[in-house]
Design a protein around this ligand. Structure first.
Ligand SMILES: [Zn+2]
Length: 543
């Protein structure tokens, strides 16, 4: 690398050479003797080459400086997740543009584009899975007439005063949908007449409304709940309804895998299922504050509701029989789990499947090389047109773009400056592990799908490991509180009796025996009464 301008001294020709001293972050010109006479053309060529080289090195050094500064200038806005989870959660929802919680009705918020995009990607997935399994989408009105709602009297007593009402200013006539069944089931009883009308398998994705009196938290406990799906099915036999529950469980397991979360599935204690129902599976996710959050349920309703809403069919034997029903629902809490379980102190960490932006290209340039770097960034974007890619061209410092990309949890960040331009080696930051890797530009299209797949898998594995290490088995009564106080879940033999249940809850404040293992275990002794049982229960703090 020999170059430029020329001093004549004692007939010798000296040229400048550009020397870069990278570790000191500077470039200097050094005078060297080249000896031979060079032609004017040759000199000019070398001069140009030298200028280009010098500029390139300067830009690379600039890029290094930007990297360094970007680390130093990160604003310390977020709370540490583990130390103050509720505060972290409410900050991240606002800062990352998931929701705007400043809407002036308590516990009703605005879904912002970035957050709604993620939510709708989860919805798209459930839509396709439901339809694949013959569950058809419908829509029922938001307002429910009182005579529909009061058909389920025990339920109605609870909801009457905790619902939102609508009508004219002077007369409140209708309750606003707190849940699907009071709108749906009176219609089911009109539609179902005979075996030809069964099975009936439908769902709707809507918002539901409850006047929550407990402490509200966005995406976790709201007064406007949603988007939220409810699947409702009716069958001719008990066995068919049981089969349907298995299908719903499989679908749910797929949704969880899609969003890279491992939940805990339990059998609900029998006194917590709907009166008259056969049973229920419930999903729970362990939040970073050590509390378990109910995250969807699969209910085998038996004939309890059919009897209340008079949903009957004429069977083969000519007799009128009540249908067997199931209902399954969940919604925004899927996203709450993704945000809180995968996020870290720098922001969101999104599974590529639902990330609104999977790859962000951050061009690093100065005025001099701006044009060529941006052009190249578009070229890269074009190569990756099968993915959700954006180029960050905001008039902001590179440091704040880095910060923003981490806050938003974008799975891959491509940092593209002079160095990458020259070397044809791209620098990728993987958000989930916060590590940089280098990928040759020519391999980019081939590598990106593998990297995204790996990120998706790593997140699911992390979630599986975290849940596994959070469940601690014990046979010592006094250990339960200790385990729960560490933010973990205690797993204990429990005989399923109400009296032992009550005794477990009384061991410590806020304890919840939220369900039982869905697998039957080897027989052991109930942690309270010592009676033989194959059932294990889970105890934790809950929302
Ligand atoms: Zn017992």
């Amino acid at each position: 690398m020999v170059f430029t301008e020329i001093k004549q001294k004692n007939e010798k020709k000296y040229y400048y050479r550009v020397k870069s001293v990278r570790n000191k972050e500077k470039v200097e010109k050094q005078r060297v003797y080249l000896g031979a006479n060079l032609s004017k053309e040759e000199l000019k060529k070398r001069e140009e080459a030298a200028d280009k080289e010098l500029l390139g090195i300067k830009q690379e050094i600039q890029q290094e400086k930007i990297y360094k500064e970007s680390k130093e200038e990160l604003p310390e806005q977020l709370n540490a997740k583990k130390e103050n989870f509720p505060e972290w959660m409410s900050q991240i929802l606002q800062l990352a543009g998931i929701i705007d919680n400043r809407y002036n009705i308590k516990s009703m918020f605005v879904w912002m584009p970035y957050g709604y995009d993620m939510m709708l990607r989860i919805k798209q997935f459930w839509d396709s899975e439901f339809k694949k399994n013959g569950i058809k989408e419908m829509y029922f009105p938001l307002m429910v007439p009182e005579e529909y709602a009061e058909q389920n009297d025990s339920w109605w007593q609870g909801f009457k005063n905790e619902g939102f009402w609508a009508g004219t200013k002077n007369k409140q006539e209708f309750i606003i949908r707190p849940t699907g069944e009071p709108a749906m089931y009176p219609m089911f009883s009109l539609w179902i007449r005979g075996l030809k009308d069964l099975p009936l398998k439908i769902y709707e994705t809507v918002f539901s409304y409850r006047y929550e009196t407990k402490q509200t938290r966005p995406l976790i406990r709201d007064r406007e709940i949603g988007p939220w799906y409810e699947i409702h099915t009716c069958h001719a036999t008990k066995e068919e309804a049981e089969q349907e529950i298995i299908i719903h469980k499989k679908i749910n397991d797929k949704i969880w895998e899609y969003i890279a979360i491992q939940p805990l599935i339990v059998n609900k204690p029998k006194w917590e299922v709907f009166p008259g129902a056969e049973g229920a599976f419930e999903y729970y996710t362990l939040m970073p504050n050590g509390k378990v959050l109910e995250n969807g349920s699969l209910n085998n309703l038996g004939q309890a509701y059919a009897k209340k809403f008079n949903i009957k069919f004429e069977d083969k034997d000519g007799k009128e029989k009540y249908v067997w029903q199931t209902c399954t629902g969940n919604g925004e809490r899927y996203l709450a789990a993704v945000i809180s379980i995968h996020g870290d102190d720098s922001g969101l960490v999104l599974p590529p499947n639902i990330a609104p932006i999977q790859i962000i290209i951050i061009p690093i340039y100065s005025e001099k090389n701006k044009k060529k770097i941006i052009e190249k960034a578009y070229e890269l974007k074009n190569k990756l047109k099968d993915f959700r890619v954006e180029i960050d061209l905001k008039e902001e410092s590179v440091g704040s773009k880095f910060y923003d990309s981490e806050l938003k949890g974008i799975p891959i960040r491509i940092e593209f400056g002079e160095r990458e331009f020259k070397s044809k080696n791209l620098t990728l930051l993987l958000r989930n592990i916060k590590k940089k890797i280098s990928v040759e530009e020519k391999d980019l299209e081939e590598e990106i799908p593998n990297i995204l797949k790996k990120i998706q898998e790593e997140l699911l594995t992390n979630s599986k490991n975290e849940l596994k290490s959070s469940i601690i088995e014990t046979s010592e009564e006094k250990e339960i509180v200790k385990i729960v106080n560490k933010g973990k879940i205690a797993k204990v033999y429990w005989c399923e009796s109400g009296s032992c249940y009550d005794k477990i809850l009384k061991l410590g404040e806020g304890l919840d025996l939220f369900g039982s293992d869905i697998e039957k275990n080897k027989e052991g002794k109930c942690i309270i009464c010592g009676k033989k049982t194959a059932n294990k229960g889970y105890v934790a703090n809950s929302y």
